[in-house]
Write a protein that binds this ligand. Structure first.
Ligand code: PGA
Length: 254
């Protein structure tokens, strides 16, 4: 279990799944199952188009809502993009940044992330920064070097106060959508290393920053992972699409 000072975060990354109608059907089922998890932070991350309906449906519940990406500029000639103030205006609470699928398929760079993180914080959004190594990088013993490069570069523009407000998700690329979960030892080791990187900047922020595990988290393995002291929650993809499965994962964090 996380120390009492760090409220566990259970975030549902729906990726490019669920229309607005499907999101509404999910919440009609999920909100009743999840109840009022005061000791946990539950976050739903739908597509841009489903954000507003999900925000409206979650207004009377403790469930929070985050986007899956944003542009670093508040406005401008960036066709097809969405800015942090636009997300904040409709009541969105946070934003996933640097997911490996965006790094891989959409050329998301550490330089862009270094601009996006302060922009999100400035707009009052809670960023969920994703970092993690590829399988070949783990096999060649580069896991810590990759995590160091991503964490140091992506957080370069965030001040110490901002550091303690954000959430980081350790997501080994080889575990995402593959059914291969990192062992609790592997997850704890990587998360401990990430926390040491934050500590090099600010001991207070390292104590407060929530660091999650993500990669094939399911109801069957959630309790084992979430029971570990270093793991402050989970970023869940596939299993978060099913209201019963995601509610079970939320319950496993109690
Ligand atoms: P997964 O995805 O749970 O389907 O492995 C996790 C993620 O990509 O955030």
């Amino acid at each position: 279990m996380s120390p009492a000072s760090r409220t566990p975060v259970l975030a549902a990354n729906w990726k490019m799944h669920k229309t607005s109608a499907e999101a509404e059907a999910f919440l009609a089922d999920f909100l009743g199952r999840v109840g009022d998890p005061r000791d946990r932070e539950v976050v739903i991350c739908p597509s841009f188009l489903a954000l507003k309906p999900v925000v409206d449906l979650c207004l009377q519940s403790p469930v929070r809502v985050a986007a899956q990406n944003m542009h670093d500029e508040p406005e401008g000639a960036f066709t097809g993009e969405v800015s942090a103030p636009m997300l904040a205006e409709i009541g969105v609470d946070g934003v996933i940044l640097g997911h490996s699928e965006r790094r891989e398929h959409f050329c998301e760079s550490d330089e862009a992330l270094a601009r996006k993180l302060p922009a999100a914080l400035d707009a009052g959004l809670e960023p969920i920064l994703c970092v993690g190594e590829r399988e070949s990088e783990r096999d060649s013993g580069e896991t810590e070097a990759v995590l160091r490069r991503q964490v140091e570069a992506d957080l370069a523009g965030v001040d110490d106060a901002g550091l303690s407000e954000l959430v980081i998700a350790y997501e080994p690329v080889w575990a995402i959508g593959t059914g291969r979960t990192a062992t609790p030892d592997q997850a704890e080791e990587a998360i401990g290393f990430i926390r040491s990187l934050v500590e090099a900047r600010s001991a207070e922020a390292a104590e407060r920053v929530r660091i999650l595990y993500g990669g094939s988290v399911k109801p069957a393995n959630a309790a084992e992972l979430l029971g570990r002291g270093e793991i402050d929650g989970a970023l869940v993809g596939g299993a978060s699409l099913d209201p019963a499965d995601f509610a079970e994962i939320v319950a496993a964090a109690s």
